[in-house]
Design a protein around this ligand. Structure first.
Ligand SMILES: Nc1nc2c(ncn2[C@@H]2O[C@H](COP(=O)(O)OP(=O)(O)OP(=O)(O)O)[C@@H](O)[C@H]2O)c(=O)[nH]1
Ligand SMILES: [Zn+2]
Length: 347
């Protein structure tokens, strides 16, 4: 994991690091660093709930008598390891959380799941989005902005790759009938919720979100923050106005934040993105995100690429006999085409 968020300026962080003085020539300071460093056995455990330019908001003693949010910096020994919202971390130093105090994250605990994306499909460098989430709430609008099945396909691939259970919410059903769009996902074991202005399915969502960590993703302007604000009264997630011409939202929520649900569990709101690169995903794993196709592909010859030019690909037979729609197969093939270098795309 070599990715460092672009807003994390290493030099600025060093100013807070107690080992920064090592940069000055000082013969007496030449002892190995490890000897000077305590093992941090007394470290407190916390959950990262906000990340903002090298500062981490960490909740310690969660659900305990002394639960508090403290502000942390990162220890130099973590080097460039990305610390993301949802990470469980060990913190040392002043963990009182008092005004003006700054503790230090010294370790990232093993992650149970990891949602990742890449800048684009040809870029194998992954960007860690969120750690330890159990569910992915994919939010799309029935209109304004127009829903894109391919973006949802991408989220699904990322979810399976991360070991996270996906769910779909279609908002703005007061503006358009979501049925034609939803037909794309008929063959999937994908829980679907619909939401209209003033009629969000809050009670249903509260049930599926309860006591779990859920990360909400979606294109800018789909109404994700509106939904999060209803789920977490007082969350104050900024909501924006969608440009009537472009259908795009202004970038209103710009950071990834964990919010505690009143009935238990966490919802992690992420900034709206237009694309979700999968350059880090092994092409062989892509089909797992298309579970309706994966089932059929079991009948494929060994080593089948499932691409349009693959001989005897079972996906073609399934389209012919109506078990699969051409759109579904095409959607996966396009995605595979962008991930497999050198393979021509049927665009
Ligand atoms: N008609 C209609 N409008 C909605 C609905 N949900 C949200 N909106 C509007 O859509 C616009 C965008 O909503 P936001 O909640 O800011 O969208 P977002 O997905 O959080 O956008 P970013 O913060 O840019 O990521 C706002 O003007 C909302 O009032 C809905 O169900 N129906
Ligand atoms: Zn095949």
């Amino acid at each position: 994991m070599s990715w460092l968020p672009p807003d994390e300026d290493d030099d600025a962080l060093d100013a807070w690091d107690d080992s920064a003085y090592r940069a000055r020539p000082n013969p007496k300071a030449n002892r190995p660093r490890t000897k000077r460093r305590p093992e941090h056995a007394d470290a407190a455990i916390g959950r990262v709930i906000t990340v903002d330019r090298g500062r981490y908001g960490v909740l310690v003693d969660e659900d305990g008598d002394h639960e508090r949010e403290i502000t942390c910096t990162r220890a130099r020994e973590l080097r460039k390891a990305a610390i993301v919202t949802g990470d469980e971390v060990d913190v040392v130093g002043d963990t009182s959380g008092d005004e003006g105090t700054l503790a230090r994250i010294v370790r990232i605990r093993p992650r149970r799941t990891l949602l990742r994306r890449s800048a684009d499909d040809t870029d194998a460098v992954e960007r860690v989005v969120v750690a330890n989430a159990e569910q992915l709430l994919i939010v799309v609008a029935a209109a304004n902005p127009e829903p894109r099945a391919r973006l949802v396909d991408r989220y699904l691939v990322a979810a399976y790759d991360a070991g996270i259970r996906p769910m779909l919410v279609v908002t703005k059903t007061d503006l358009a009938d979501p049925a034609p769009f939803l037909a794309n996902f008929d063959g999937l074991d994908l829980p679907v919720f619909t939401s209209a202005k003033g009629e969000a399915p809050i009670a249903e969502l509260v049930e599926v979100l309860r006591d779990r960590g859920t990360v909400a993703v979606g294109h800018s302007g789909v109404g994700k923050s509106t939904l999060v604000n209803e789920l977490v009264p007082g969350a104050g997630r900024a909501t924006g106005v969608v440009n009537a011409v472009t259908g795009r939202g202004r970038h209103t929520s710009s950071s990834t934040v964990s919010l505690r649900l009143p009935d238990g569990g966490w919802i992690i709101d992420t900034p709206g993105v237009r694309s979700f690169g999968l350059g880090h995903v092994d092409p062989d794993n892509v089909i797992r995100g298309f579970s309706d196709l994966a089932e059929v592909a079991e009948e494929c010859p060994r080593g089948c690429t499932h691409l349009a030019d693959a001989p005897d690909c079972a996906l073609d037979d399934a389209v012919e006999d109506g078990r699969l729609t051409p759109e579904r197969v095409d959607s996966m093939r396009r995605l595979l085409g962008t991930l497999r270098p050198g393979v021509s795309r049927a665009e």
